[in-house]
Ligand binder design. Structure first.
Ligand code: SF4
Length: 461
C-alpha cells in the first residue's frame, strides 16, 4: 500500500505531536515524534512517503498538490486541538480527492467516537504511535488492535480498546524510525548547539500522575537501550550528532538511564537536550547525563505555590525544585524552567509570585504554559465541573496565544495579558540579556538565539 505520513499545513507554527498540541512559543519546530516513530513501523511493510507541510512551509494548496503527486492511497495525519478547524478543513479536502484518511492527535483522546460521527472524512483514529495498530488496521486484522477508534461495516464509530491497552511499565520495540524520510531543513530548536538535530524518543508516556497533563494518562514503557543506540548510531553515521530527547523525564528507570548515559558517553561526540523532573536530579544521574553530552535540561517547576503543586499531584515541593535547579546548575547545565499559569485558583498576585520564583531560581530560560482542559485529563473534568469551559469548545492552545480557560476570578484576556507581561519582564532584563550574549558559543548559535528571542518577543508584545 502507498502510505503518506502527514503533518498538515497551518497558518501558524503549531506543534501537534504526542497528544499535546500548542503553538510554538518562539519559532521552534521539532520533528513530530508520532510520525517519526510510525515511520519505521510503516516502512517495514508499505511504500512510505513523509510530508511535513509545516517544516516545508507549504500552504493549503501546495500541500494538497504534494499529496496528489505522492500518489498515496492512505494518509495518516496528525491533527491538534490547537489547529482543529484548519485540520478538519484540510483533511476533508484530502478525502474529497479520493484518499483514505486516518488521524491521530490530542483531540481524539476523549470522545473519539463522537468525532468520527461528526467528521465524515475521518476513517479511523489511532490512540498511540509506538505499536503495530496501524499495520493491523491496514491488514484488516481488527482483532490484533490494542487501541483505535474505527468504523464498523455500516460506517458507524466503533471503539477498539483492549483492557490491557494502557502501558504498565514494561518495554516495547519499534523498527528503527526512518529519520531520513523527513525534511533535512525546516526544523529548528533554539537549545540545539548544531544546525542539524534529530528528535528521539526512548520511552513512551510518563509514570507520574500530574492531573493537568496528558502524559500521565498514557501509561509508561521504555525502549530497549540497544534499540535506541541503533537509532542514534544510524543518525550519527549520517552526520547528526545533536539530539532532542522527547522522553518526559529522561533516564527512567534509573538503572536503564545510567546505562544509556554510559553508552552515549562512550560515543563521545553527542550533544543533547532533555526533560527532567527536579526531584529526579541526583548528582549521579546529572553527572552521567552531563558526561554523555547533555547541555540543556528542561525542568518542570510549574508553580511557587506548594498547595497547587500538591493539588495537581506534581509529587514534589518547592524545596525540591530549588535544590534540583541548583544541582543542575552546579553540574553546568543550561536550565529551562517550565511553568503553568491560569489554574482556577490563581489570580494576578499568584503570577507575581511565579515571576519572583523564576528570578530567584536564576533560570536560564522561562517556558510559560497556560492551563488547558486537555482531553482525557482529570484537570479537564475539574474545569468542566467548575463551569470554566464547555464540552463543545474543542480549540485550545497551551502556549497561551489565546487562553482556553478563565480562572475563578480572572477572565481569559487577563491571563493572556499577564502571560505576555511575565515573558517580557523575565527576558527583557539588561543583566539577563548580557548573560545570554556572553553565553553563546558560536555565531551560528548567536543568530539562532536572536531569531528565537525576537520571535518570542513578537508573540508577547
Ligand atoms: S507534567 Fe511531566 S511529570 Fe507530570 S505527568 Fe506530565 S510529563 Fe509526567
Amino acid at each position: 500500500m502507498r502510505v503518506l505520513l502527514l503533518n498538515p499545513p497551518s497558518e501558524r507554527t503549531v506543534i501537534r505531536d504526542y497528544f499535546c498540541s500548542k503553538t510554538t512559543k518562539s519559532n521552534y519546530l521539532y520533528h513530530p515524534i508520532d510520525l517519526v516513530m510510525l515511520s519505521g513501523t510503516v516502512a517495514e511493510r508499505h511504500d512510505l512517503t513523509v510530508l511535513d507541510a509545516l517544516a516545508e512551509g507549504l500552504d493549503f494548496d501546495a500541500a494538497l498538490r504534494r499529496i496528489d503527486e505522492a500518489g498515496a492511497e492512505v494518509v495518516v495525519s496528525l491533527v491538534g486541538a490547537v489547529s482543529w478547524n484548519e485540520d478538519r478543513a484540510f483533511l476533508a479536502a484530502v478525502h474529497a480527492a479520493g484518499l483514505r484518511v486516518i488521524a491521530l492527535g490530542d483531540i481524539f483522546q476523549e470522545d473519539a467516537e463522537r468525532r468520527l460521527a461528526e467528521e465524515p472524512w475521518l476513517e479511523a483514529t489511532l490512540h498511540g504511535f509506538a505499536d503495530a495498530d496501524l499495520l493491523s488496521y491496514l491488514d484488516g486484522d481488527l482483532a490484533s488492535i490494542r487501541e483505535m477508534t474505527v468504523r464498523d461495516a455500516a460506517g458507524d464509530p466503533l471503539s477498539l480498546r483492549r483492557d490491557d491497552a494502557r502501558r504498565r511499565g514494561g518495554s516495547y520495540r519499534v523498527p528503527r524510525p526512518r529519520h531520513e524520510l523527513f525534511p533535512e531543513t525546516g526544523y529548528r530548536f533554539s537549545f540545539s548547539k548544531g544546525r542539524r538535530f534529530a528528535t528521539v524518543l526512548t520511552d513512551y508516556g510518563c509514570p507520574y500522575p500530574c492531573t493537568f497533563c496528558i502524559m500521565g494518562t498514557l501509561g509508561f514503557e521504555t525502549r530497549p537501550v540497544d534499540d535506541v543506540l541503533d537509532e542514534l548510531d544510524h543518525l550519527r553515521a549520517g552526520g547528526t550528532k545533536e539530539f532532542f530527547f522527547l522522553d518526559q523525564t529522561f533516564g527512567l528507570p534509573r538503572a536503564r538511564g545510567l546505562k544509556l548515559c554510559a553508552a552515549l558517553e562512550e560515543r563521545g561526540d553527542l550533544s543533547w537536550t532533555a526533560f527532567q523532573r527536579p526531584d529526579n536530579t541526583d548528582d549521579e544521574l546529572l553527572g552521567a547525563m552531563r558526561r554523555a553530552g547533555c547541555h540543556t535540561l528542561i525542568l518542570g517547576v510549574e508553580s511557587p505555590d506548594a498547595e497547587l503543586l500538591a493539588r495537581y499531584r506534581k509529587g514534589y515541593d518547592t524545596g525540591e525544585v530549588a535544590a534540583g535547579v541548583a544541582r543542575a546548575k552546579a553540574h553546568g547545565f543550561r536550565v529551562v524552567g517550565t511553568f503553568l499559569i491560569g489554574l482556577p485558583e490563581e489570580d494576578e498576585h499568584s503570577w507575581e509570585n511565579t515571576l519572583r520564583w523564576a528570578l530567584e531560581l536564576d533560570l536560564d530560560y522561562l517556558s510559560l504554559n497556560v492551563a488547558v482542559p486537555r482531553f482525557g485529563t482529570p484537570f479537564r473534568k475539574r474545569a468542566l465541573e467548575l463551569g470554566l469551559c464547555r464540552e463543545d469548545e474543542l480549540v485550545m492552545d497551551q502556549a497561551g496565544a489565546t487562553a482556553a480557560l478563565p480562572t475563578q476570578v480572572l477572565g481569559r484576556r487577563d491571563i493572556e495579558r499577564v502571560k505576555r507581561r511575565l515573558v517580557r519582564r523575565f527576558y527583557l532584563r539588561p543583566r539577563y540579556l548580557a548573560r545570554r550574549l556572553r553565553g553563546t558559543g558560536s555565531l551560528r548559535q548567536l543568530g539562532s538565539e536572536l531569531r528565537e528571542g525576537l520571535a518570542l518577543l513578537r508573540r508577547n508584545v
